[in-house]
Design a protein around this ligand. Structure first.
Ligand code: CA
Length: 228
């Protein structure tokens, strides 16, 4: 079920690490454990390990969890990071999120809650660094609503932006017309509506026209995807 998802647990306390490991394996995830910051950073950098999520304890013997988080992001790794912290202060949580973490969980926690958070983060897909989604030379800023292809700014309507953001959050995944409709519109269309195709055509004109590399791809008979 979830066996393609590999999670790196960075936690030095053996008891907690094995408690988490057991819970995640039961939920059908693959799990690796790192017990120091140094070890964790090396494991994250090994691309073939292909972690889809990182659980990070803030208090490690050799390194501060905040620094690890910042280093991972500085290396361009966009894997979602869930911080585990015994510290209960709001400042720590904000600091963690500012350092590029995606969510946090305060110790002690129930394993069910951890699994629920992990699932939610994995649904969300790759972490958005500073609110910017990037595919090749196409960037979309979810905070300022600016879209660039290379250094050319692209003006999009609200609807076009919503569709493009949804597609970029699901990079490489084929999205059916129904999925795109459900995401971008509140109401239901009659099944003969080709409104998604119309919007895709508009987006292509703005994003791909004049470029050799086409980012928006048609998957015949199924739908669309964005890809470099
Ligand atoms: Ca610890």
């Amino acid at each position: 079920m979830n066996n393609t998802n590999k999670i790196l647990v960075i936690e030095d306390e053996r008891k907690i690490a094995s408690f988490i490991r057991r819970g995640l394996i039961e939920a059908e995830y693959e799990v690796d454990v790192a017990t120091s910051g140094q070890e964790a950073l090396e494991m994250v950098q090994e691309e073939e390990k292909g972690y889809t999520l990182i659980l990070l304890d803030l208090m490690l013997p050799d390194m501060d969890g905040f620094d690890i988080c910042a280093k991972i992001r500085a290396d361009g790794v966009q894997t979602p990071i869930l911080i585990l912290t015994a510290r209960n202060s709001t400042e720590d949580k904000i600091k963690g999120l500012n350092m590029g973490a995606d969510d946090y969980l305060t110790k002690p926690f129930a394993i069910g809650e951890l699994v629920a958070r992990v699932k939610a983060l994995l649904r969300r897909g790759p972490s958005v660094v500073d609110g910017i989604l990037k595919i090749g030379d196409l960037t979309l800023n979810t905070k300022t609503y600016e879209v660039y292809r290379g250094d050319k700014m692209i003006e999009l309507s609200q609807k076009e932006f919503a569709i493009l953001e949804y597609m970029m959050r699901n990079e490489g995944i084929v999205l059916t017309r129904t999925m795109i409709e459900d995401h971008a519109w509140d109401y239901e269309f009659d099944s003969f509506s080709n409104v998604v195709d119309v919007y895709i055509r508009l987006l292509r004109k703005k994003i791909d026209d004049g470029h050799k590399n086409k980012i928006i791809r048609t998957v015949r008979g199924v739908g669309y995807k964005v890809k470099t």
